[in-house]
Design a protein around this ligand. Structure first.
Ligand code: BGP
Length: 469
C-alpha cells in the first residue's frame, strides 16, 4: 500500500461493475427469453453470431444467478459502497414486446437488490448492457424500428415501479457508442451490403437518445431523487503528431464519441452533425416531439468506461494500429500495453475526466476501469496479481488528481470485481477480478471463488477512502 494525500470526497462510491450477460448464466431459467448475448459464441466482435454446437460461455457465465449471495458477501467484505450491474431485459420481457412483465424475473432482481441493500451496497443499474431481446431483433429489426422506443419505455417503467425503493442510480444504455463499431450488439440489427450504414447507425442512435430521454422522464416521475445517467466507452484520441491535420483528426474522433453525450447531456443535436449528415447522406426520422423530449429530459450524470487512450492520425497508412475497448487506434509509442494490446494510460483518465467535466459541468461517474490479465493460481491457492493492483492504483491516483482539478466525481467502479466472461473475446482467461473464479475457456472448473492479492488491497483502499492506495 502507498499512503497518498488523496482527498476523495465523503460518500465517494467505491465499488465494482458487472453485467447480467457476463455473470448470471441461467440463460433460460424462470421464463427468461433469449438475448443477443445468448447467441454470441466468441464475444461481441466475432460474427457469425450463431455458433451451432459451440458451448456459449454466456449461457452459464459464472452462475451469479444462483451464487449472488456469496459474491455480494465478498464484495461487502471488501467494503463496497456501490455495485453496478444490469437487469437482463429478457428476464422481465422475454421476447421484448409483451404487455406484462415476467413476475419470476422481477422477483430475482428484488432478491438481488435486497441482498445488496442488506450490506448497504448502492445498486447502480444498467437497463441494457449488450443484452437486448433476440425477439425484438427477429420480429422488429432491432433499433432501426421506432417501435423499440415504446418497448424500451415499457421495460424501464416496469422496473422503475418495481424497484423504486431499492435503486436510485440508473443508466439507460451501456457504451451507447458501440453502435458505431458493432451495430448488431448495440442496435440488434445486421446492416446489409449496399445499405447506408451511417443512416442506420445514426437513426438507431436517435431512437436510443429518445428512449433515454423517456427513461429519464419516467425515472424522475416514479422515483423521487433518482439519478439517470448516460454511458459511453471513453478514452481520448491524442493527435499522433503536432501536425495540424492530426489535431483536427483527433478532434473529429473525439466528437464521434462525445456526440452521444452531447445529445443526452445537453438535450439537442450539436451543429457539427449538419456537416456529418450531409457528408454521410443521413436524414433522421426526428419529430418535433422527439426534440422536445431530448430538451426537457437530459441526464443527471455522465458515466463512462475507461481502459485506455488512443492516437489519431490524418494519415494512418504505415502506422501500427492497436486494438482496444471497441475502437482501434494508432499505437502510442510512449505507452505500454496489456496482453490484449490495450495501451495503459492512467494520465488519460485524468485528461478524460477534465475533458468531460469542462464540456458538460455535470457529475461524472467511472463505471468501468480494470485490467484484464491471465492470472496464475499458485500451489498454495494464492494469486499474486500485483500487475492489477498497480494498474488500478495508478488510475485511482489520477482520478483523485482530477477531483483536485475540480471535477465532480461520484465514484469509481472497478470493472469485473469478480472474474467474468470477457465481452470482446467470450473468454474466461481475460480476468479482471479481485476474486478468481475456477472456470476455464472451455467451461471446465468448479466455479469456486478464490480471493486474489488485490482483494485485501482494494479493501484497504475503500476503508481509507483512497488515502491508502
Ligand atoms: C466494455 C463492456 C464491458 C466489459 C469491458 C471489458 O466494453 O462494457 O462489458 O466487457 O468492455 O472488455 P473485455 O471484457 O472485452 O475485456
Amino acid at each position: 500500500m502507498k499512503q497518498t494525500d488523496m482527498q476523495f470526497p465523503e460518500g465517494f462510491l467505491w465499488g465494482g461493475a458487472i453485467a447480467a450477460n457476463q455473470v448470471e448464466g441461467a440463460y433460460q431459467e424462470n421464463g427468461k427469453g433469449l438475448s443477443i448475448a445468448d447467441i454470441l459464441g466468441n464475444g461481441i466482435f466475432n460474427p457469425p453470431y450463431e455458433h451451432p454446437g459451440k458451448k456459449n460461455p454466456y449461457h452459464e457465465a459464472i452462475d451469479f444467478y444462483h451464487r449472488y449471495e456469496e459474491d455480494i458477501a465478498l464484495f461487502a467484505e471488501m467494503g463496497f459502497k456501490a455495485l453496478r450491474t444490469s437487469i437482463a431485459w429478457t428476464r422481465i420481457f422475454p421476447n421484448g414486446d409483451e404487455e406484462t412483465p415476467n413476475e419470476a424475473g422481477l422477483q430475482f432482481y428484488d432478491q438481488l437488490f435486497d441482498c445488496m441493500r442488506k450490506y448497504n451496497i448502492e445498486p447502480v443499474v444498467t437497463l441494457s448492457h449488450y443484452e437486448m431481446p433476440l425477439g425484438l431483433v427477429k420480429d422488429y429489426g432491432g433499433w432501426r424500428n421506432r417501435k423499440l422506443i415504446e418497448f424500451f419505455e415499457r421495460y424501464a417503467i416496469a422496473v422503475f415501479k418495481r424497484y423504486k425503493d431499492k435503486v436510485k442510480y440508473w443508466i439507460a444504455f451501456n457504451e451507447i457508442n458501440v453502435l458505431l463499431h458493432i451495430p448488431f450488439v448495440g442496435g440488434g440489427t445486421v446492416i446489409e451490403e449496399g445499405e447506408n450504414k451511417k443512416q442506420i447507425i445514426y437513426q438507431m442512435a436517435h431512437y436510443q437518445h429518445v428512449a433515454s430521454a423517456l427513461a429519464a422522464k419516467a425515472c424522475h416521475e416514479i422515483i423521487p431523487g433518482s439519478q439517470m445517467g448516460c454511458m459511453i466507452a471513453a478514452g481520448p484520441y491524442y493527435p499522433h503528431t503536432c501536425h495540424p491535420d492530426d489535431i483536427l483528426t483527433a478532434m473529429e474522433m473525439d466528437r464521434q464519441v462525445y456526440f452521444f453525450t452531447d445529445v443526452m447531456a445537453r438535450g439537442y443535436y450539436p451543429t457539427y452533425v449538419k456537416r456529418w449528415f450531409k457528408e454521410y447522406d443521413v436524414e433522421l426520422d426526428l419529430t418535433a416531439e422527439d426534440e422536445q423530449l431530448l430538451k426537457q429530459h437530459t441526464v443527471d450524470y455522465i458515466s463512462f468506461s475507461y481502459y485506455k487512450s488512443r492516437c489519431a492520425s490524418a494519415d494512418p497508412s504505415g502506422l501500427e494500429m492497436v486494438s482496444g475497448n471497441l475502437a482501434m487506434g494508432v499505437k502510442n509509442p510512449y505507452l505500454k500495453a496489456s496482453e490484449w494490446g490495450w495501451q495503459i494510460d492512467p494520465t488519460g483518465l485524468r485528461f478524460t475526466l477534465n475533458q468531460l467535466y469542462d464540456r458538460y459541468q455535470k457529475p461524472l461517474f467511472i463505471v468501468e476501469n480494470g485490467f484484464g490479465a491471465v492470472d496464475t493460481v499458485e500451489e498454495d491457492q494464492s494469486i499474486h496479481d500485483d500487475y492489477r493492483i498497480s494498474y488500478l492504483r495508478d488510475h485511482m491516483i489520477e482520478a483523485g488528481k482530477a477531483i483536485e482539478d475540480g471535477v465532480e466525481l461520484l465514484g469509481f467502479l472497478s470493472w469485473g470485481p469478480i472474474d467474468i466472461v470477457s465481452a470482446s473475446t467470450g473468454e474466461m482467461k481475460k480476468r479482471y477480478g479481485y476474486i478468481y473464479v475456477d472456470k476455464d475457456n472451455e467451461g471446465n472448473g468448479t466455479l469456486r471463488r478464490i480471493k486474489k492479492k488485490s482483494f485485501d488491497w482494494y479493501k484497504e483502499v475503500i476503508a481509507s477512502n483512497g488515502a491508502s492506495l
